[in-house]
Design a protein around this ligand. Structure first.
Ligand code: KG4
Ligand code: ZN
Length: 348
């Protein structure tokens, strides 16, 4: 089965064709970073307009790259939420229209579920790697969400804990902004952290010792702000790098500690990372180092499948459809949602 995936929940317009075995036949991502960078964050109305301009060329690009014609597509999967409703509607309207016109099933996919299964994707531009057996513990770290899950099956996903304030990616972006590094801050802070000395600044590791699986990053961001203010808002380049390194060390240490604690508490010796922050070099290296010490196997998606993409949406759609989560029998239009309703009930 070949599934065309479409993703437009935030600031990337993406389309991909993936088989139900997880082989990526094409993967096209149009980033809107340049559109939002002058504002220091995503402007929802501009995001919707940019999706509108990109969606058709991106979908055409995905079909061309896969060398497939529409009749060769067996199903269409589209992100239904969580995300910006105007942005979601663009992808969903196009997906819905194609599903009707081509007479193919339409699968609504939760963006977070996409991130949780991205580690299974295989493509020719990424080295082949082992895939995790279920159950596994998944750390989802993105711009909008930070949470730990126990994944037992495509429809058996339980949340163990989540952030009480900022998401990890959001904290990275805010620190990038405080240091005048532009938007999005995550990749730049990661790069600078690599050159810096983490021991020069003393920063907290919030909630590292709590017994729960929750996170909190806003206090850490405030501590970074205090250091910036103490220097009159002007840091030298080495100071910037050192502060980034100290910030990254705190974030990474809390994320890895709690993830491994969850593995131990649930008796599950497999850890999967997903979401944009899973592209972070410091996090990847520390997760691998600590997991080895604790006899936990760690599975990391390649960076371009950790950040937003449509291949993960196509694959999650295929996986869930095979597990009895096919399209609604009445072909009723899908509704977008800004927050995952089931996550609030502790399950999705
Ligand atoms: O999963 P994602 O692409 O979009 C959401 O679903 O939110 O995650 C985007 C987030 C942004 O906050 C971005 O700064 C962060 O992931 N990010 C990183 C890195 N690459 C992207 N954060 C830290 N280090 C990175 N290398
Ligand atoms: Zn995402």
């Amino acid at each position: 089965m070949r599934v065309l995936g479409i993703e437009s929940s935030c600031d990337e317009t993406a389309a991909a064709v993936v088989t139900d075995a997880g082989d990526v036949l094409s993967n096209v991502v149009a980033s809107q970073v340049a559109t939002h960078a002058p504002y220091g964050g995503v402007v929802p109305e501009l995001a919707s307009r940019a999706h509108l301009l990109s969606i058709v060329p991106v979908v055409r690009g995905a079909l061309r790259e896969a060398a497939l014609d529409p009749p060769e597509i067996d199903a269409i999967a589209v992100t239904q939420g969580p995300g910006l409703v105007g942005a979601l509607l663009t992808g969903m309207s196009v997906a819905q229209a194609m599903a009707w016109a081509w007479e193919r099933p339409l699968l609504g996919v939760d963006h977070l579920v996409g991130h949780l299964f991205a580690v299974y994707l295989r493509s020719t531009d990424a080295p082949a790697q082992a895939r995790p057996a279920m159950p596994y513990i998944a750390l989802l770290v993105s711009g909008g969400h930070t949470a730990l899950y126990e994944v037992r099956g495509p429809h058996a996903i339980t949340i163990l804990g989540q952030t009480r304030d900022d998401a990890a990616g959001e904290a990275y972006d805010k620190v990038g902004k405080l240091l005048g590094l532009g938007y999005p801050g995550g990749p730049v802070v990661d790069r600078l952290a690599h050159r810096g000395d983490a021991s020069r600044f003393e920063l907290p590791t919030p909630m590292a010792h709590g017994r729960n699986f929750d996170f909190s990053f806003s206090g850490l961001k405030t501590a970074v702000n205090r250091q910036v203010k103490a220097r009159g808002g002007r840091l030298t380049e080495p100071e910037q790098a050192d502060l980034c390194a100290a910030f990254q060390r705190s974030v990474v240490s809390v994320l890895v500690k709690k993830s491994l604690r969850a593995c131990r508490a649930r008796g599950v010796p497999r850890l999967v990372l997903g979401g944009g922050v899973a592209a972070n070099r410091g996090l990847r290296a520390e997760a691998e180092r600590q997991a080895k010490k604790h006899n936990v196997e760690v599975f990391l998606p390649p960076p371009h499948f950790a950040t937003d993409n449509a291949a993960m949406i196509a694959y999650a759609g295929a996986l869930r459809a095979a597990d009895g989560g096919g399209p609604a029998a009445d072909h009723a239009p899908l509704r977008p949602y800004s927050r995952s309703p089931d996550v609030r009930r502790g399950k999705f």
